[in-house]
Design a protein around this ligand. Structure first.
Ligand code: HEM
Length: 436
């Protein structure tokens, strides 16, 4: 759709908001959204998840004590929260401390994939479920310091971890229906809105149960343990209890499908590019600690298959862009996925070429020839993804283990993506895994 609008209306496209939605402008030139996004970066407003905002600030106001979390807070509340959580989640030195624990989970996941690969067409239909189990298990260990047991065999449908996975998916699908299409949920409780409220309630209750259990264990054993053994929850509890609780809750929400989708995307690209896979495997098996080629594979895959296809900011003031007036209160869309696949920015843009992230400046494929705002898989500026460092480490750790033990191929037509707030792969997964 973004391509069609661009072709028909040019590089600045205005769309009237429907029902309660704000008016929107799509800016197709990176210099244009760069101008707006930078000017808005002192107080970045990211709209979206209006139903979750309503749930936390109105429906369940008493539960949240005025602390709304990063996904829903704006203005000073957001800044206050973000300032408190930034160091624990984004400082590379602190995040690296979780590497050994993530290594252990990655190893289990690879063994599990090998085992499940022998079970007929199970992975063709359920690879997404298995990848989300690994992603949840990993983020829970980093976030809470606990294993949830999601990667055990015969996990029951009502296992709390399984419920969290289902909640994350349902929230995305229902919010998509309510917030991207005309809906009257803001006037009265529609059927889908009621379902969504139930899902928000369940996600909160289950994550709170896990968080309370983690807190109980922390209090029982005391705080006198090495820094590398402290979870993010424990670090944040010493700063602000409400913030710690909310951040842990959001990690168990935002850290599941994002990581699972991104990792599956890399597996797909490795599967259809055996030469790249071979090179990545050599690096995975080498003693070189810096896995630059594998990291380039992740970057390149996120360029082609970002989880979030477009970035979004709501203007907090007026802007003049290429002579057009964009007033305050408009949602400005940066169509990053669409732009990232254009040859005018990246030569052979549709091809998976990790080398473009590694070659010298003088090389025609050099990634830096493209405007730096085009590929933004983790968003932009001070409001960009708080889980970025953790996610990158989870994916890299998994790939290193995977490449060492498994060869991956793909049989059949190319994988397809559908977009529902986030990107999702369409089943079946036609991967061929071979233990090596
Ligand atoms: C590969 C995996 C991931 C991708 C591609 C991704 C992508 C994004 C993007 C595009 C945004 C919007 C940023 C913006 O508006 O500028 C975002 C925000 C966010 N992400 Fe991630 N994410 C990933 C993993 C995670 C993980 C593991 C967590 C858990 C810690 C997480 C938690 C969040 C939160 C809480 C926000 C809101 C930040 C704020 O508004 O301050 N994400 N993510």
């Amino acid at each position: 759709m973004l391509g069609v609008l661009h072709e028909k209306y040019g590089s600045i496209v205005k769309m009237e908001g429907i029902l309660a939605r704000a008016n929107m402008v799509i800016l197709y030139k990176p210099e244009h959204f760069d101008q707006v996004y930078r000017a808005e970066d002192t107080n970045p407003l990211r709209p979206g998840f209006d139903s979750l905002v309503y749930y936390r600030t109105v429906l369940r106001k008493s539960t949240y004590n005025g602390v709304y979390g990063l996904t829903t807070a704006q203005d000073e509340k957001w800044r206050h929260f973000r300032t408190k959580v930034n160091p624990a989640l984004l400082k590379p030195k602190l995040v690296k401390l979780y590497a050994p624990a993530l290594d252990e989970i990655a190893k289990e996941m690879v063994d599990r994939l090998i085992k499940l690969n022998g079970k007929g067409d199970y992975l063709q239909k359920n690879l997404d479920l298995e990848m989300t189990k690994w992603a949840l298990e990993s983020i829970a260990l980093v976030g809470l310091g606990n294993r949830l047991g999601c990667m055990e065999d015969n996990l029951k449908q009502d296992h709390p971890g399984r419920q969290l996975i289902q909640c994350a998916r349902d929230m995305m699908e229902l919010a998509y229906k309510l917030e991207f299409f005309p809906s009257l949920w803001q006037k009265y409780s529609t059927k889908n809105f009621k379902k969504l409220v139930k899902t928000y309630d369940l996600q909160w209750d289950v994550s709170k149960m896990y968080i309370d259990e983690a807190k109980r264990q922390i209090n029982e054993r005391g705080h006198d343990i090495p820094e590398e053994d402290k979870s993010i929850l424990e670090k944040l509890l010493s700063i602000d209890e409400n913030v710690a609780l909310m951040m842990a809750n959001e990690m168990l929400m935002a850290g599941i499908d994002t990581v699972a989708f991104s990792t599956t995307g890399v597996l797909y690209h490795l599967a259809i590019n055996p030469e790249v896979q071979k090179k990545a495997r050599e690096e995975a098996r080498s003693a070189e600690p810096q896995k630059r080629y594998i990291r380039a594979c992740i970057k390149e895959s996120l360029r082609i298959y970002p989880v979030i296809p477009a970035n979004l900011r709501r203007t907090g003031k007026d802007h003049i862009v290429a002579g057009y007036h964009i007033p305050k209160g408009i949602d400005v869309i940066a169509p990053n996925e669409f732009l990232s696949k254009l040859d005018k920015y990246y030569p052979r843009a549709k091809e998976f070429i990790p080398e473009r992230w590694l070659v010298e400046k003088t090389h025609p494929l050099y990634y830096g020839n493209a405007h730096p705002m085009i590929t933004l898989p983790f968003g932009f500026g001070i409001r960009s993804c708080i889980g970025r460092r953790i996610a990158e480490m989870e994916i890299e750790t998994f790939l290193r283990k995977f490449l060492d033990k498994v060869e991956v191929g793909w049989e059949g037509p190319p994988i397809e993506v559908e977009t529902k707030v986030m990107n999702l792969f369409v089943k079946p997964y036609r991967f061929k895994f071979k233990s090596i």
